[in-house]
Ligand binder design. Structure first.
Ligand SMILES: *Cc1c(COP(=O)(O)O)cnc(C)c1O
Length: 288
């Protein structure tokens, strides 16, 4: 076993963090420089990795240089190159420098923003950026924070297999007659709706209950970042809220903050909006 160095006793030793971080950035910059040279689809057979890696977890620590050799020799061959300019499968999982930088900052802070008090900026940036985005999409005010506040029918704008678009207005009219929740799934190409010439695809959205798009598909935001707008957030809170003693705090009890843990199944919540914010800040609405 190697002698134990300082950074192994302090998992966040700043200078070692800097050294390894630079190394990984160099590796990724070279990867993107050469990405066209790789076959887009991985050429490996199922189970390929079990013939290359040991059966049990390594006992000894290894330096990052050794580990990166493994990444190049064993992991890279099993990667499908989604960011290759020659990739046309499934859907575009758009990434960008802004998305990467946002991901790095978010990962770097490593905060868990389950409720407001656990890191106020996580909640407030999310509310604000979702409002910006909603305004660009011309969503009705009832979907936005700054504007207030039986069965399920799902309409899809740009289905993933054929990019077909359901007529949103007429669907909502039918659903209303039967008191159904309407979710409009614009996950694939919904980012395009910020262009005024495409906005008509969701005419009638004011009749829907919820709307979603994936910023990680056609909006430059590295995986994963799904944006969901809901008219009646109480419907989520009534179904998903948890209030254990250990999470009680004054801010929550004041009813002046949002605790996004109550809108989702899991408790933990990472700082995803950082990426989306960097995309907006780095490119600006004009370029987007
Ligand atoms: C990609 C896609 C989904 C799945 O979205 P996830 O965020 O991966 O769960 C759902 N619906 C449509 C139309 C999609 O394109």
């Amino acid at each position: 076993m190697e002698p134990i160095s300082t950074h192994k006793l302090n998992p966040l030793e700043p200078e070692e963090f800097r050294r390894q971080g630079h190394m990984i950035i160099d590796f990724l910059a070279d990867y993107y420089k050469n990405i066209e040279k790789y076959p887009v689809r991985s050429q490996v057979e199922p189970g390929y990795l079990s013939t290359r890696l040991p059966d049990s977890a390594p006992l000894d620590p290894k330096p990052i240089e050794t580990i990166m050799k493994d990444v190049e020799n064993h992991i890279l061959p099993g990667i499908t190159h989604w960011q290759s300019p020659n990739f046309f499968a499934h859907f575009p999982a758009g990434a960008s420098i802004a998305g990467f930088m946002g991901e790095m900052i978010s990962t770097g802070f490593n905060v868990v923003g389950f409720n407001w008090v656990s890191s106020p900026a996580v909640t407030e940036l999310e509310s604000m950026v979702m409002d910006w985005f909603g305004k660009m999409l011309q969503l009705p005010k009832s979907f936005l924070f700054s504007g207030g506040g039986g069965g399920v029918l799902q309409g899809t704008t740009w289905t993933t297999s054929s990019t077909a678009v359901d007529p949103v207005g007429p669907l909502c009219n039918v659903a209303k007659r039967y008191n159904m929740w309407v979710h409009i799934d614009a996950t694939y190409a919904g980012g395009a709706l910020i262009c005024p010439e495409f906005r008509h695809f969701i005419d009638g959205i004011e009749g829907a209950n919820s709307f979603s798009l994936n910023a990680h598909k056609w909006f430059f935001t590295n995986l994963d970042c799904c944006c969901l707008w809901v008219k009646d957030s109480n419907a989520l809170i009534k179904s998903l809220s948890t209030n254990p003693e250990c999470l009680r705090n004054k801010a929550t009890e004041s009813n002046q903050v949002v605790d996004y843990k109550d809108w989702q199944i899991q408790l933990s919540r990472r700082f995803r909006t950082m990426k989306l914010w960097l995309v907006f800040r780095s490119y600006g609405v004009v370029n987007l």
